[in-house]
Design a protein around this ligand. Sequence first.
Ligand code: NAD
Length: 257
Amino acid sequence: MFDLSRKTAVITGAASGIGKAIATVLAARGAEVIIFDLNEEAAAQTVAEITESGGNCRAVTADVSDLEQIKSRIAAIETESQVDLLINNAGIGHVGTAENTGPDYFDRLMTINVKGYYHMIHAVLPYMIKRAAGVILNIASVAGTVGISERFAYSVTKGAVLAMTRSVAKDFIRHGIRCNSISPGRVHTPFVDGYLAKNYPGREAEVFAQLEKTQPLGRMGKPVEIAYLALYLCCEESAFVTGTDFPIDGGFITLNS
Ligand SMILES: NC(=O)c1ccc[n+]([C@@H]2O[C@H](COP(=O)([O-])OP(=O)(O)OC[C@H]3O[C@@H](n4cnc5c(N)ncnc54)[C@H](O)[C@@H]3O)[C@@H](O)[C@H]2O)c1
């Protein structure tokens, strides 16, 4: 069950947080894991940790906002291996409403969180179509469904990821390609720590506790809890699943309303 030997997974943003946990879990199930991340040092650390525990992992320095670079990185992988699984995960956050979010920030969020996902999908599709096989998994967010307060640009980008998931699933179902998304609630990663340090200096612990309470389960998720769902969606066991979003949020969407 949940065997990924002979599969190669490209995971964006896997030097940290949720992506790192997905890389670790997929490698533990036998996948060759290729990390695409801007942060070379953190990516090297992740590769070292996964390799030490017996996994097959390497990192490629990549910026998902650069389509030409992404296309050449994917083409290079395809000369010696093949991208069976694409996990779009690299993303950034932003605090603001439609009133106080300036166009620069809006564009930046769109460029990484939306165009970055499109660039990766656009680059891998020709190869997946040729093989009539492939799995694409997009990490969205509960923000894309509920529109979290003061997360205007972020919520917009994650809503776009939900639509992108359905569109890709529909267009390529006849090519044997599945596309799904996961919408995590708050997960304790460097993403959250960075947000607290930037926006609530000196009050990090207090605001962290408040954030924990917004999940009916009373805590944030752990990156590995997202990774186990990602594993399922990447494996043959989920062969009947496509075009679907999976919230994993401690009850945030359904129990808070
Ligand atoms: N942490 C949460 O609470 C939470 C909740 C819902 C959804 N998410 C989503 O999960 C994903 C991962 O979040 P995380 O919390 O693990 O974040 P993180 O900040 O811990 O890691 C993000 C990684 O993406 C990389 N990255 C950023 N821009 C990049 C670019 N242009 N090209 C390549 N790599 C780039 C960073 O270097 C970093 O390693 C994001 O899409 C985020 O929106 C996170």
